[in-house]
Design a protein around this ligand. Structure first.
Ligand code: NAD
Length: 469
């Protein structure tokens, strides 16, 4: 027999989706979500929700991913808190019309850009940072004055169900709703006409989302993934570099993060030193038996576990594992694993890894790394460790990726003044800070004229004399 919860989920079909959107659209149309007070109240309620229910959030994240508490509190909860605090601080400036210069053609006139809410928006999120990735876009959508449906990932069921419960308790349910579910429910939602769809996840589903949106000419913001490379130059502080690579890889959900380092490129002669340093730092952080470490998330489910193990068991990578490789299928754990000199046409180098495996490619000259990166699809992030200004300049000007970091990994995500998003196959559009507000706003061009300055040249008859003016 199905549980009540399961029955409710199945009942969320196209008819239910249509009626939900109708309800939210009525709420948007009556102007409720546009008001400054509504926006601020909702943001404050979300803050209160985090403050009062933090422990439940940490527990749900532990249930879904055995995510270490520190990672949950810093990378999911504190990051969201910062987003809300910033929005509350800045919203008055964000919503203010922006004055612009006008031209001689329109003299006398004034102009401004008015940010207007888009309407009713759909946010579909992924399982790896299931709390942050669900609510961070909601912050932008609220700040911009929209009605919102959030569809969290079914692959993180504890967080999904907690989000449904908490949003129901703390937020205005006439304008902000959570729909739980998987393909059936998301497909029902995607049949509806939205004013924007914000999707986080893989590119295969991104294409489904974009095709559904095209039917209604709905704009999309796609936060996708990719193979984010790390180029390691020689003559650097290798220990610091390695610690920062480890923090961005295994310290971010055990590599299950969209901007985690996917692979390293290094000069052949320097690679043994890198491998030794990685080994010793990894052992310091996670001990001799990392499968037992409480500081590493588990692999989210058996499908992803099988996918990752397949990379390691492919014939082409046989003998390439220089560290790790241990796995525990019962607890869905895979140890931090380093592979050296894997063939470029191996499976592990053909797909986004999204897990604790780190291949190292070697090159004769470090400058060759940029061609390797640019020969693949555009990644969500790219990293370079160097002291060489010329190399750094070359990296910034030639490597195309959603974002770049020099001498660290992943931290661009924490800078609200930087847009966060992909390019090419790693996504389209960006959010964070004011970019989140802009992502959910229409920038309405408004020109103000008076009755003065009515130039005769605009009007027929179009005489030769007018042409010469
Ligand atoms: P996922 O499996 O949770 O899927 C994402 C969402 O798509 C879920 O809500 C799911 O219900 C929905 N979905 C699944 N199948 C669907 C279908 N057939 N039709 C409509 N909706 C469907 O997450 P995932 O895709 O495994 O996430 C991992 C990927 O996301 C990686 O590529 C990663 O790099 C990327 N990612 C990107 C960001 C970013 O901010 N750019 C953040 C996290 C993850």
């Amino acid at each position: 027999m199905r549980t009540e919860e399961e029955v409710k989920k199945v009942l969320f079909d196209e008819e239910a989706a249509t009626s939900l959107v109708k309800e939210l659209r009525a709420s948007f149309t009556n102007g409720k979500t546009r008001s400054y007070d509504w926006r601020v109240t909702q943001l404050k309620s979300m803050l209160k929700m985090i403050d009062e229910r933090e422990q439940e959030i940490v527990t749900a994240l532990r249930d879904d991913l055995s995510k270490p508490e520190l990672e949950s509190t810093v990378y999911e909860i504190a990051m969201l808190r910062n987003s809300i605090t910033l929005a509350l601080k800045e919203i008055k400036h964000w919503i203010k019309p922006e004055k612009v210069k006008t031209s001689l053609t329109t003299f006398p006139s004034s102009g401004e850009i008015v940010s207007e809410p888009l309407g009713v928006v759909l946010i579909i999120s992924a399982w790896n940072y299931p709390f942050l990735l669900s609510l961070d876009p909601v912050v932008g959508a609220i700040a911009a004055g929209n009605a919102i449906v959030l569809k969290p990932s079914e692959i993180a069921p504890a967080t999904s169900s907690l989000l449904a419960k908490l949003v129901g308790e703390y937020m205005d349910s006439s304008s902000i709703r959570v729909v739980e579910g998987a393909v059936t429910e998301t497909s029902a939602l995607l049949e509806q006409k939205w004013d924007k769809i914000f999707y986080t996840g893989n590119g295969r589903i991104g294409r489904i989302v974009m095709a559904a949106a095209a039917k209604h000419l709905t704009p999309v913001l796609l936060e996708l993934g990719g193979k984010s490379p790390v180029v390691v130059d020689s003559g650097i502080n290798l220990q610091v570099a390695v610690r920062r690579i480890i923090a961005g890889k295994w310290g971010c959900n055990n590599g299950q993060a969209c901007i985690s380092p996917d692979y390293i490129i290094i000069a052949k002669s320097y690679a043994p030193k890198l491998v030794d340093t990685l080994k010793s730092e990894l052992e310091k952080f996670y001990g001799k038996n990392p499968l037992e470490s409480k500081d590493l998330s588990r692999i989210v489910n058996s499908n992803h576990f099988t996918r990752l193990v397949k990379y390691l068991d492919e014939d082409k990578v046989s003998g390439k594992i220089v560290y790790g490789g241990e796995r525990d299928i019962t607890n869905l754990k895979i140890a931090p694993t380093i592979l050296l000199d894997v063939p470029r046409d191996s499976l592990i180098m053909s797909e986004e890894i999204f897990g604790p495996l780190l291949p190292i490619l070697t090159v004769d000259k470090i400058e060759d790394s940029f061609d390797i990166i640019n020969s693949g699809t555009k990644p969500l992030a790219a990293y370079l460790f160097t002291n060489n200004k010329k190399l750094r300049q070359q990296f910034v000007s030639t490597v195309s990726a959603g974002g770049l970091v020099v001498n660290d990994t992943t931290l661009h995500l924490a800078v609200h003044a930087l847009p966060f998003g992909g390019v090419g196959e790693s996504g389209m559009g960006a959010y964070h800070g004011k970019f989140s507000f802009d992502a959910f706003s229409h920038k309405k061009a408004v020109l103000y004229r008076s009755f003065a300055g009515d130039a005769a040249i605009r009007y027929p008859p179009y005489t030769v004399g007018k042409l010469r003016l």
